[in-house]
Design a protein around this ligand. Structure first.
Ligand code: ZN
Length: 419
């Protein structure tokens, strides 16, 4: 049965070796993410867990999805067309909970057109400076199998127009018909929608605005440039998000945000896994302990676990009350179906009391036929290793770094391709 606790796991208890092959994901999709400044989190659960707590543990950036969603939503407040959320569908399947489903408006439109006719297994879309900070630190430590990573601020996936698709080989034409370029040598999963603006730097500026809003006594420059001042604050920032998130809209009466997901990104066919999902009740309605997690659409979930779920279409009650303004942890056990090839599987749940739907939660995982030791999907994205000094979003601060880094990364890429 699902269990809920009012604590937050600061560190994934899974052994590092196991985590290395997993990429967790869970992306919570709820009402549009801009919250009111009066929407105060009164819980003591997770706000103390800083981004830096994850620099040497875990391998999935799903642990900072809460902060990352705030950053993405803040960009949407700053410039609504620059970044927009999209939802998983029967055709648009996320391969892990670390997928942050946001793109610039033209890229999103182009993606939805592809998704109208073709299935896509999405490994990565938008990525924030918080996610890239962790990936870069893991890369520096030789962790998580990451052989190359762009410095924070410089990843292509911070552009709002990049997408990694694991079933790319059969989708190059249909993607190309909608303007998705597939032209990065050595990085077959990667597509760029070049007609969409490159918004790199906006995520850094959004973080700076969020930091200043929540730390009025420690304000930093809102220049969109990732330097030592910003990095120091990023390390201290709460992984699951600030007390006050993005500001641009009216307060929602009903709302739920997934702020983190702890669990594997990849599991073996026939295997079993537990995901601890920290959910923020951002609305003004308390959730009783009888609030249920129900599969949306009424069809049986691929991830149905017969030992813990009420039925193939319902996990069951969350078993702990989560008051308005509070966060709580919902544990969901899943069983992986048998598969003959690597398969992305997801299930979208509604959080409901039977009358009112408080929000939705998307759980996503990649099922492997034989439990391979593959690393996180994000680590597969070798395109990130190409340092690009041009572009103007983040030229200050990191230039010398990039010059030093470039030769080393070229070597790494060669070695990777040779292997
Ligand atoms: Zn990519």
């Amino acid at each position: 049965m699902p269990t809920v606790t009012n604590r937050m796991k600061a560190h994934d208890a899974t052994p590092i070796a196991a985590i290395g092959r997993l990429h967790i994901l869970l992306v919570g999709l709820l009402a549009p993410g801009c919250i009111s400044p009066t929407d105060v989190d009164t819980s003591t659960t997770s706000s103390e867990v800083s981004v830096s707590a994850y620099t040497s543990s875990g391998c999935s950036t799903a642990v900072v999805v809460g902060l990352s969603k705030q950053i993405a939503d803040e960009i949407g407040c700053m410039s609504p067309s620059s970044l927009q959320q999209f939802s998983p569908t029967a055709n648009l399947v996320f391969s892990s909970n670390a997928v942050l489903p946001y793109l610039g408006a033209p890229a999103k439109t182009a993606l939805l057109k592809v998704g109208a006719t073709s299935s896509l297994q999405i490994n990565s879309a938008f990525r924030t400076v918080a996610q890239q900070y962790l990936l870069y630190r893991w890369y520096q430590q030789g962790r998580c199998g990451i052989t190359a990573a762009a410095t924070p601020g410089r990843s292509n996936h911070q552009s709002g127009r990049a997408l990694d698709v694991s079933n790319y080989s059969s989708r190059i034409t249909v993607m190309g018909n909608q303007g998705w370029a597939h032209d990065v040598p050595g990085d077959p999963v990667h597509f760029d929608h070049l007609a969409s603006p490159d918004i790199r730097g906006m995520d850094v500026k959004a973080f700076q605005r969020l930091w200043n809003r929540n730390n009025p006594a420690d304000k930093i420059s809102e220049d969109g440039s990732y330097g030592p001042q910003t990095e120091a604050r990023l390390k201290q920032a709460p992984a699951t998000g600030f007390t006050t998130g993005a500001v641009c809209g009216s307060q929602r009466a009903i709302g739920a945000d997934v702020v983190s997901i702890n669990g594997p990104d990849r599991i073996a066919a026939g295997g079993h896994a537990t995901y601890s999902i920290t959910v923020d009740n951002t609305g003004t309605t308390d959730w009783a302990d009888t609030t249920r997690l129900v599969v949306m659409g009424g069809a049986a979930s691929q991830l149905y676990d017969s030992t813990s779920w009420t039925s193939p279409t319902e996990v069951g009650p969350i078993r702990t009350a989560i008051a308005a303004g509070d966060k709580g942890v919902i544990d969901v056990e899943i069983s992986a179906p048998m598969v003959t090839e690597e398969t992305a599987a997801q299930t979208q749940f509604a959080l409901s009391d039977g009358t009112t739907q408080f929000g939705t939660i998307n759980l996503a995982v990649t099922i492997t036929p034989n439990g391979d030791e593959d690393i996180s999907n994000e680590g597969d994205d070798t395109h990130d290793d190409a340092p690009e000094v041009s572009g103007g979003c983040n030229a200050s601060g990191n230039g010398s770094w990039l010059v030093m880094l470039a030769p080393a990364l070229v070597m790494l890429r060669r070695r990777r391709r040779a292997s």
